[in-house]
Design a protein around this ligand. Structure first.
Ligand code: 5AD
Ligand code: SF4
Length: 453
């Protein structure tokens, strides 16, 4: 009997990386490998990496060191597994990773991940320091297999890869290359397959989903909408998948027709993620974001004034080079105005090779931390308010997981992407994967609690 080689795959960073990892696992399983959650027993250890901030990159080097020097349960030194680095750090560092992180056997860039089985084979055949940073193969298979997805009920579907925006602080255009949109016919085909496989919630993902621009409008010819993206939203809505979410949206390309589509189709979920990055026009210009505070707020007002209540979330960076107290005060003011349902907040982190990295990082770490905490306090109050507003309401919750702590406790998301915990006495297989009507009774930090009604 052939012994299956075991692969442990660890993923850092964004949903795009989670999605790439699902495809890597799908490819490897088809090539006869067994995916394992137990790092200690793995023959191959893979890291799918993130380079968006310095912290994630440092973590990778720590993890490679741990794998290299792994000690078994009885104190024995374990044979080193084959170690492969995939994704953004691999793309940016290439062969220098072999010097920076001792013990790395191969490096696969963001578009080379589909060739992972071949890279492992090359190393097994004695090749040293295998590096592949080339473009995607022609016949790349975008479909993930159910067994390798992060959830049996929620699926990620990349509709656009890469980024053309070149915000001055951001490494993504370098790590993921130019924007490439998947044909609409392929997206709709996959959405249908996912629905048949039991997926209840589909996330259309991309660095900037609303910059979606396929080579042709094939498949969207007869769909209403002013832009390719809103046409696509409607076409995917027509597949009948119960919930469709999309992230991330780029403010400059966020047009009225997206809100219109959300109002027309109940299964397009009422949640928009629109990163603002700063509330100061001077800083936004320095970042080359392509939007102003005024143009951003116009979009926020449109979303907030929509007939359907739409939840809002954002990303923000504090302490960009030259950010003054006055600039930061404008960010706080914008947050007070927008009352985001949630926000991802980051301290500016210089990324080598980006235009901003050439500037003096003149906001001290202490100052960044101080600003971060002040903004966080404002945001926490918004979150509290947005959760409190849910109390007493009955909402549909997709039961995604059983709680590890409490018996009969489940956890999942609302259509507006809030986490809800609830109790149900029903059998697990009757609850998981269904959309349960839950009345919200309690709120706690970032979570809602409720009872099945
Ligand atoms: N420093 C801090 N935060 C960053 N982001 C991107 N690049 C940087 C950086 N150099 C944040 C932005 C982006 C999110 C994914 O990460 O807010 O929207
Ligand atoms: Fe980075 Fe700007 Fe592209 Fe977002 S839009 S990935 S912040 S360059």
């Amino acid at each position: 009997m052939k012994i299956m080689k075991k692969v442990y795959l660890e993923t850092f960073g964004c949903q795009m990386n989670v999605s790439d990892s699902e495809r890597v696992a799908t490819t490897l399983a088809a090539a006869g490998f067994e995916m394992t959650a137990d790092e200690g027993s793995a023959d191959v250890v893979l890291f799918n990496t993130c380079s968006v901030r310095e912290k994630a990159e440092h973590k990778l080097y720590t993890r490679v060191g741990q794998v290299r020097n792994s000690i078994g349960e009885n104190g024995e030194i374990r044979a080193k597994p084959i170690v492969g680095i995939l994704g953004c750090v691999a793309q940016l560092e290439g062969e220098t990773l072999f010097k920076k992180a001792d013990g790395v056997d191969f490096v696969l860039g963001t578009q080379a991940v589909g060739r992972v089985a071949r890279a492992i084979e090359d190393v097994e055949n004695g090749k040293k320091q295998v590096a592949d940073l080339a473009a995607r193969e022609e016949n790349y298979d975008w479909m993930t297999s159910p067994a390798q997805r992060h959830s049996p009920y929620v699926a990620f579907l990349p509709i656009i890869e890469g980024c053309n925006k070149f915000c001055t602080y951001c490494i993504v255009p370098f790590s993921r290359g130019r924007e490439r949109s998947l044909p609409a016919t392929e997206i709709v085909r996959q959405a249908r397959v996912l629905r048949e496989q039991g997926i209840r919630e589909l996330h259309l993902i991309g660095q900037n989903v609303n910059s979606y621009r396929p080579k042709t409008l094939e498949g969207l010819e007869n769909v209403p909408g002013a832009t390719a993206f809103s046409k696509l939203l409607r076409a995917v809505a027509a597949t009948g998948i119960e919930r469709i979410k999309f992230t991330t949206s780029f403010p400059r390309d966020f047009h009225a027709d997206i809100v219109e589509a959300l109002n027309e189709h109940e299964n397009l979920c009422n949640w928009v993620h629109l990163p603002v990055q700063s509330g100061s026009n001077r800083i936004l210009k320095a970042m080359r974001r392509g939007h102003t505070v005024e143009s951003y707020l116009e979009k926020i007002d449109r979303i907030k004034n929509s007939p359907r209540r739409i939840a809002l979330s954002t990303d923000v960076i504090v302490g960009y080079p030259t950010e003054t107290e006055a600039d930061f005060a404008e960010t706080m003011r914008l947050f007070e105005y927008c009352q985001f349902d949630s926000a991802y907040m980051f301290k500016y982190s210089p990324r080598p090779g980006t235009p901003a990295a050439a500037l003096t990082d003149d906001v001290s770490l202490a100052e960044k931390t101080e600003r971060f905490l002040r903004l966080e306090a404002i945001q926490k109050a918004s979150v509290r308010q947005s959760l409190e507003a849910m109390r007493g309401r009955t909402v549909g919750v997709l039961a995604e997981k059983k709680s590890a702590r409490a018996k009969s406790e489940y956890s999942g998301h609302t259509a507006c992407h809030k986490v809800v915990n609830f109790y149900s006495e029903k059998a697990e297989n009757e609850v998981l994967g269904t959309i349960v009507p839950v009345t919200i009774t309690k709120t706690k930090s970032n979570t809602l609690y409720g009872e099945v009604c």
